[in-house]
Design a protein around this ligand. Sequence first.
Ligand code: 2AM
Ligand code: CA
Length: 262
Amino acid sequence: MIRTPLMTVMVQAVRKAGRALVRDFGEVENLQVSAKGPANFVSAADRKAEEILFTELSKARPGFSFLMEERGRVEGTDVSNEWVIDPLDGTTNFLHGIPLFAISVGLVRNGLPYAGVIFNPVADELYIAEKGQGAYLNDRRLRVAARRKLADCVVSCGLPHLGRGNHARFNRELAAVQTQVAGLRRTGAAALDLAWVASGRFDAFWERDLQSWDMAAGLALVREAGGYVSDLDGGDKVLEKGDVIAGNEDMHRDLLALLKSA
Ligand code: 2AM
Ligand code: CA
């Protein structure tokens, strides 16, 4: 695999931020016992990782714009290229000492996902994709799973929780899907869900009420791995609407139909 200059830049920035996150994750477990818990510490870790990404990517590609979970939008001289960044996806996992979180950096070019890096620094799993170049996990070429029947599939979803999302609708969708699939999972990190669809671990994934930084990198990954991604109406307004469904061509279609019927 030959890494393009763009991908080299993205990987270097993400690995540097990943080292900082892993150091902080090591501290989190020690803080679980304090009354306030590690929440303040975690939001500092989150901001620190974002600063590293912002600094490194600004240096390497001056002028590109940014959309970041913590800092929001920073417009550059080049608005056609936008880094869409979640420095810590799976914050609740991180906060609870669960080693299932990732850095997600997408490059959106002229409004479309162009490249993505998702890095789980605890597992040392680096997922990368660039348009026309394929998708890779630690230099191994990725392909979405080939299963053709929902009954054989492991499907991941996002659960609406306290204060967020339409719980009644989710319960209807869950009831519809639960009876049709081999297994249901919930990681709590949407970027990883998409990376795991790209790598074939999950056959499909759906979630609502996400932000574009949860998904931008993952969209590039799933598509470069030969998968299908859409919003939950079957259209291409994933980043605008904040809902997503992904899988191979057949499982994307069948799961979407099942959710629509719920
Ligand atoms: P986060 O960890 O960066 O917050 C879990 O279902 C997914 O939803 C994660 O990717 C998580 O990203 C995201 N998420 C959690 N709380 C959220 C909120 N209040 N608004 C939008 N997205 C949220
Ligand atoms: Ca997120």
